[in-house]
Design a protein around this ligand. Structure first.
Ligand code: ANZ
Length: 944
């Protein structure tokens, strides 16, 4: 005999069940997500329910998730938070008749994938594919309405073919500062002095101006990871990943000239609808600063006046010669207070300016600073170090000589790598001057004394960095800071010793990595007959793309800066073209490359002739809504904006920005943990209860218990696996819970009780609608075809209105709360009219699509509800049925009466006259005049 379960979905009518009487089975059709969810997922796939047309029909909506990194540990419950939010938006928009593009893919190159491969001893491609399969299965199990036919992975050869193609666009572009745009390298004006030197000189000149260029850089070399890292990938001088130490070594690297776009990256932030916090992070990272460049003469002091006269006639040269130290300052108005100069240890004039007498000291100092990172060097907490060069510079505003020092608090890579130090008005300079006993000359008196000690400042014993009135500054004395800045900048320009200048903190993007698992560069280095590089570069022909990774038995990093691809077989490494031998570039691109443009490829993922079809690009771009983690503020979101602008300049895309609206989901933390006030002793959650805004021990309510939610991490053991949640409660419950926990942007603690709570809601929603057909033993709707009462209609229309507005404003938690209220209301009723139940199912469907599809079917519909029309509401029904009307006598409110909304004028007057107090006030006689406005007021005019 067959085993019977109380689960009606698996129970057939002819089962002779010994345990449960047949009637009882009919009464309790259970909601069973484990059965209905996979079934609807298969239905959507088979019916291509979410396949997106090539071109939008009508209004388009492009909703993008930050695609995941397919790590070895599978999906985390943090992932589905943003993914559910975008899925709700998309399902809602489809029902509103929009053409929706909602794709998903995998960001699968990069360090973690490679490390996982090494740890599990599998080739990276194989382990990446395994990880992707796990992620895909988990994403599909959650019922997201992605168009899976558009899936891409950055490691697909057909994908990175176009990543390499875009690299070639960058390689083929130079930035024209006059037109403020990137242009083809063939249009770069070549100075005659260069063209005279022949073809190779021209080609190297071009190479120096490309947006993708090679440079000998002091890089962040991380032996632990076997690669160099970008500044963005360091935290407190250590690698963000793994916290390994990082050293500064010079290495020839590929760089991307993102700095050329700094101004546009900053200005165009104004055109996008992003969270203010993210805009600020990005803006700070770009770090625009305005001030002036000023030249200090460092040649023989007796030649200063000749030089100064010369400058008056020739003006400020683009490049200073060796007789000049050029500084960048944000405060040219403090020039009279410059008492010494500082150059960075890597400044090109270090050797030139160091006198024989100071040589030994300087060498010692240079060796000591080489090991420090920029961050360590700029750390304000540390003691200032430095060494005197023996040279002096002449201050252009007063002809006074001041000493030139070398110190590591000045960075080679910012401004001009040299500063004028104004210890009276700059904290760092003040500390340095105190440490090395250098003069401190104040040139400002503070506007309002505040907490500045004026006497100490005047005596050179304090530092004041605010604004005020100029002193000790010759003809400028008495000027206020702003005016002084303007005047002196103009005067410096007239004398040819300075000019207004803008600087950015942003550095060019270090774009090469010494790892195997990344996109190979489509670049060849020409070799001479001895096999030595000639320095001439050649781009791989577009027709020869992609450059695939070669098969390597040993791809592991070895702790030396030589990339693993250098071990590739000769046929890969040394191509011969037209009789010339080349060596392939052996660095690979960083993990960020693939994610710089994936949103474009989703629009046209299988195009094998172009990276994207222009017509489709124009139709679908920009991305209308982008949801992802805030941790990408300065990496992915800056890099992809940069690539997008280059593609725009070169005519390959039509919008200046890729992502119009950005939302950052909050972090999902582990379950709240309880401890005794010592913060250590753990308390079982079952022993705790809430007391107003805090928690106490159940056994002793005077004992307060601390509560805290921590970031989910393997080491804490508080990681929740979505597979477990789905198995226990179903995907719809997981989705609903993640949206119900609170506003999308907030961080929220996980709670299994919470999941169980929303599951209870879905059970109630199911029971509201489902019963078993008494004869045919199939599910059927427990609804009636009655006309809904007005009250029921009001409940429905209020719900439609609230849910619609909430979904439009991404306020998912409140939308769910409204649906819960709806279910509570109708659960109490015996008869549930179809005309209210059907719209409810549609409202529920974006949040909990599987149960909604099932209910829709039970209600007798033959097709998916995914493209049903979103319910409309009748505004009149959403307003309160009864309203309060003021009744006035001679314009003065005397009584308020409750009347049904929409009561006619005549009825309103009749009801007002029926009121006893009004009757008294009218004194029995009719009023002289009656004014009545339905839903507003009644006013009786009587003789005074
Ligand atoms: C003189 C001065 C006087 C300065 C004063 C400030 C206050 P931001 O806003 O970050 O652009 N500086 C310039 N180049 C530097 C470098 N390579 N390394 C370290 N510091 C550098 O700051 C610009 C200011 O930082 C510049 O203005 C310069 O100090 C310093 F009352 O010049 B200032």
């Amino acid at each position: 005999m067959m085993e019977c379960s109380p689960d009606v979905m698996t129970c057939s009518p002819d089962v002779n069940c010994p345990q449960i009487p047949f009637r009882q089975i009919r009464q309790m059709p259970r909601y069973n997500p484990a059965i209905i969810e996979p079934r609807w997922q298969a239905y959507w796939k088979d019916h291509r329910t979410f396949a997106t047309p090539d071109m939008p029909v009508g209004e388009k909506l492009y909703v993008l998730d930050m695609f995941p990194y397919p790590s070895g540990s599978g999906l985390h419950v943090g992932h589905p938070e943003g993914y559910t939010a975008t899925d709700i938006v998309c399902r809602f928009a489809r029902m509103k008749g929009k053409s929706v593009l909602h794709p998903m893919g995998f960001d699968s190159f990069g360090l973690p994938a490679e490390e996982h491969a090494i740890a599990t001893n599998t080739p990276p491609r194989q382990s990446t594919e395994q990880n992707i399969a796990v992620f895909r299965r988990q994403l599909q199990m959650l019922g997201f309405s992605y168009d899976w036919e558009r899936e891409i992975a950055t490691t697909d050869v057909e994908y990175f073919r176009w990543t390499q193609w875009i690299f070639l666009v960058l390689f083929d572009t130079w930035y024209d500062p006059d037109r403020e745009k990137g242009r083809p390298i063939a249009e770069l004006p070549i100075p005659e002095s260069v063209s005279h030197q022949g073809k190779d000189a021209v080609s190297k000149y071009r190479d120096r101006h490309r947006l993708a260029y090679q440079s000998d850089e002091l890089v962040n070399w991380c032996p632990g990871l076997g690669t160099v890292l970008a500044n963005e990938e360091l935290i407190d001088g250590k690698s963000e990943r793994g916290e390994h130490p990082v050293h500064r070594i010079p290495l020839r690297q590929w760089m991307l000239r993102i700095t050329a776009y700094a101004e546009r990256l900053e200005n165009d932030l104004a055109t996008v609808d992003w969270p203010t916090g993210i805009k600020k992070l990005q803006s700070d990272w770009i770090g625009r600063s305005t001030g002036a460049e000023v030249d200090f003469f460092v040649g023989p002091p007796d030649e200063f006046s000749v030089w100064a006269n010369q400058r008056k006639s020739i003006g400020f040269p683009a490049e200073p010669d060796r007789r000049v130290l050029r500084v960048y300052t944000t405060r040219p108005d403090t020039l009279f207070g410059a008492t010494y100069m500082v150059i960075a240890p890597e400044h090109p004039l270090v050797k030139h300016l160091t006198t024989a007498e100071h040589e030994v000291e300087v060498q010692k100092y240079l060796a000591a600073t080489a090991a420090k990172s920029d961050r360590q060097r700029l750390d304000v907490r540390k003691d200032k170090t430095g060494v005197f060069t023996g040279s002096v510079a002449v201050n252009p505003v007063n002809g006074l000589p001041i000493p030139v020092w070398i110190a590591d608090y000045v960075l080679a890579s910012y401004g001009t790598g040299a500063i004028m130090a104004v210890p009276a008005h700059d904290e760092r300079d003040f500390e340095f001057a105190e440490a090395f006993d250098l003069p401190i000359t104040p040139v400002y008196e503070p506007d309002d004394s505040g907490d500045v000690d004026r006497q100490a400042l005047a005596a050179g014993r304090a530092c004041f960095s605010g604004e005020g009135r100029a002193v000790n500054s010759g003809e400028y004395n008495g000027l206020k800071t702003g005016e002084f800045k303007r005047r002196i900048t103009a005067d410096l320009a007239r004398s040819g010793t300075g000019r207004a200048a803008v600087n950015y903190k942003l550095r060019d993007w270090l774009f090469s990595r010494q790892r195997f698992w990344g996109e190979p560069f489509p670049i060849l280095h020409e070799l001479d007959e001895h096999g030595e590089p000639t320095g001439v570069l050649r781009a791989v022909d577009v027709a020869d793309l992609p450059v695939d990774l070669p098969h390597l038995e040993d791809y592991k990093p070895h702790g030396r800066p030589e990339p693993p691809l250098a071990k590739a077989p000769d046929e890969w490494l040394y191509p011969v073209i037209d009789g010339v031998r080349f060596r392939r570039e052996t660095n690979t691109m960083p993990q960020w490359a693939g994610s710089c443009w994936y949103y474009l490829r989703f629009i046209d993922p299988r195009n094998d002739a172009k990276f994207i079809d222009s017509e489709k690009e124009r139709a679908w771009m920009p991305v209308d809504l982008y949801i992802g983690g805030a941790e990408h503020a300065v990496l992915h979101l800056l890099y992809s904006r940069f690539w997008h602008k280059v593609l725009f300049d070169r005519g390959h895309v039509s919008t200046i920005e890729p992502f119009m609206k950005l939302v950052n989901q909050g972090m999902i933390l582990g379950e709240i943990e309880f401890t005794m006030p010592d913060g250590e002793t753990r308390v079982d959650p079952d022993d705790v209860e809430r007391d107003a805004d805090h928690f106490v021990l159940k056994s002793d309510r005077s004992m307060r218990v601390e509560s805290r939610a921590h970031k989910m991490s393997k080491s804490r053991g508080n990681v929740v696996n979505p597979d477990d949640v789905v198995r226990e409660y179903g995907a719809d419950s997981l989705r609903l819970f993640e949206m119900f926990m609170g506003p999308i942007e907030q961080s929220k603690p996980w709670s299994m009780n919470g999941v169980s709570g929303v599951r209870g809601f879905l059970d109630r929603a199911w029971r509201l609608i489902v019963e078993i057909h008494p004869e045919e033993m199939r599910l059927t709707a427990a609804v009636v075809d009655d006309e809904p009462t007005r009250e029921q209609q009001v409940v429905l229309h209020k719900t439609i209105k609230a849910v619609t507005k909430d979904l439009e404003s991404l306020s998912f938690n409140t939308a769910i709360a409204r649906l819960m209220e709806f279910v509570n209301y109708f659960t109490r009723l015996e008869r549930r009219p179809r005309a209210v139940v059907e719209p409810f199912v549609l409202l529920l469907s974006p949040m909990a699509p599987h149960i909604a599809e099932e209910l829709w079917q039970v209600l007798g519909h033959g097709q998916s509800l995914a493209c049903e029309r979103w319910p409309e509401y009748d505004e009149a029904l959403t307003l309160d049925a009864e309203i309060e009307i003021p009744v006035q006598i001679n314009g003065k409110i005397r009584v308020r009466i409750d009347v049904p909304r929409g009561t006619s004028r005549e009825e309103l007057v009749r009801m007002a006259l029926a009121d006893e107090r009004i009757q008294q006030l009218l004194g029995g006689g009719p009023p002289l005049k009656t004014i009545a406005v339905p839903d507003r007021l009644v006013n009786f005019v009587i003789k005074a």
